[in-house]
Design a protein around this ligand. Structure first.
Ligand SMILES: Nc1ncnc2c1ncn2[C@@H]1O[C@H](COP(=O)(O)OP(=O)(O)O)[C@@H](O)[C@H]1O
Ligand SMILES: [Mg+2]
Length: 258
């Protein structure tokens, strides 16, 4: 046998070995997902966590399924993320499932309660499917592509150009509000084309006047001077254009109706 023939044979053998190994790795992964897939019944009665909820909810991973007190079951395709209060899962069809961490059901309710107000006021968030969610247990939301969050962009010193301009526009979109609970850098995500607010708590405070506080004065917001200043101006402009009174006018009206 000539040297080129031998080389060809060697190459073919390596090729076969590689295919067999790939097959083995792939089937082992598939087998372990199916064999070790778990089902977790997370709530035993409406809003009442099952025993060991803290441990159960931390274990949920791709391949598992979860069910709730209304009998609804969801297959988990992937873990999308985990914050202080919530774990977020991909359940397919462009949907994400938000499940509270132990004793954090109230934040699930805040997501539901605040959404309408954010949506009505034009603040970009993932769409929340109110009619497909269950109070105190889970929220179904639109799955968005989270490239990164504002805290990471700032840490990497990348807040320039389009990222910066669109952040100012995003902040300006909050002009009707004076407070969004839990308004912090790590809650604001870049989707590839714009900034979006991923989660929030109470949305109770609306601005009354042009000079009223803005969301950049909320507890938790760490100032980005070059952004805050321009966003402040944009917010005042938007309030003026929407017919908000000045502080002086507002006091005057309030005095008249007292
Ligand atoms: N709608 C969504 N689509 C895709 N990923 C999401 C979505 N919401 C949250 N995530 C991911 O999950 C992480 C934690 O979610 P977050 O809403 O901030 O939880 P928490 O309420 O505990 O702060 C986010 O940083 C993000 O990576
Ligand atoms: Mg968060």
């Amino acid at each position: 046998m000539t040297a080129p023939d031998q080389n060809l044979r060697l190459e073919r053998n390596w090729g076969r070995l590689f295919r067999v190994l790939t097959y083995l790795v792939f089937s082992t992964c598939l087998f372990s997902q199916v064999a070790f897939a778990e089902h977790y019944a997370l709530f035993q009665a409406p809003g009442v966590e099952s025993e060991n909820y803290a441990a159960l909810s931390e274990k949920i991973q791709a391949g598992d399924s979860v069910s709730f007190s209304n009998g609804k079951t969801f297959e988990i395709l992937a873990v999308l993320g985990s914050g202080q209060t919530t774990r977020v899962f991909d359940i397919g069809k462009g949907l994400a499932l938000r499940v509270p961490k132990h004793e954090y059901s109230r934040f699930i309710n805040a997501t539901l309660d605040g959404y309408q107000r954010l949506h009505e006021n034009g603040i970009p968030t993932p769409e929340v499917h109110l009619d497909q969610s269950l109070r105190s247990e889970y929220v179904l939301v639109q799955k968005v592509s989270v490239d990164t969050t504002l805290d990471v962009i700032i840490k990497k010193r990348m807040l320039q150009g389009e990222l910066k301009e669109k952040l100012i526009a995003f902040l300006a979109s909050t002009f009707r509000l004076r407070e969004i609970g839990d308004f912090k850098w790590d809650q604001i995500a870049w989707t590839g084309s714009g900034w979006i607010l991923l989660d929030w708590t109470n949305i109770e405070r609306f601005a009354q006047t042009i000079e009223d506080n803005t969301v950049m004065q909320c507890m938790g917001w760490t100032s980005i001077p070059s952004v805050d200043e321009r966003a402040e101006l944009a917010i005042r402009e938007k309030r003026k254009a929407a017919g908000f009174p000045t502080d002086a006018e507002y006091d005057c009206n309030a005095a008249l109706t007292r």
